[in-house]
Design a protein around this ligand. Sequence first.
Ligand code: ZN
Length: 247
Amino acid sequence: MQKDWCRMMNRTIAYVPSDNDVGVPVVIYRRVVEGLVEGNHWSDPPPHLADDLKSIKKALKGHFYNCQSRRCCYCSIELPNHGASIYLDHVISRRDRPDFMLSLNNLGAACGPCNGSKSAKPVLIEGLDVAGVVNVPMDSGAYILVHPQLDEWADHFELDEFSRIRKTTDKGGKTIEMCGIDKLNAARLSDHFASRDRAEVVKVITKVGSYKQRARKQRAIQLLRDLAYRGSDKARVAVARIEMEVI
Ligand SMILES: [Zn+2]
């Protein structure tokens, strides 16, 4: 542990917000930034920083909740106004760059599924070394996914008639893949099926695209078609749409 404290003395501090940015006195913020030197300090901080980190997390959640108009920075679902349901996502993972852990430019408020699915996946474009960048890259082109601070959500996605989130750019597509947004899309489509069938429908829809054999895909579509008879008219339209997309 002592070694960590020594090592941090030589570290560049990526970013410390002013008092007004998140409502935490800069002197406290700086002390915590300097003290969190390992990725796991986010959930297991040095004891003398635990209370201040807790306050900072609460302030950051409030900050991003409001800045992002209460929406998840990746899938755009409305976040509940409850701290435990808001996840602070580190765009560049805290495992890769603990020194970016409290950098406002490296954070966004996300829902649990997006935050969990994205996890510590690499986000920088090929050729950019995550260990080599000095500060949080502030060029949107440096990232393969839609960045909470540098990109406009609506520039990369649109909603279809089933309220599914569809990509309009490669970055949008990568974000859907990395954050597991296909599951949310499948759930939205399943809303048109009978409630007892929805879990099964989500399972089939999320898998059918990955099947290699055409016959297997067709069997899955037939199952959806059978289930659609217990749903609304739109369930049958949904199956036709899925069939068009995967076969
Ligand atoms: Zn989300």
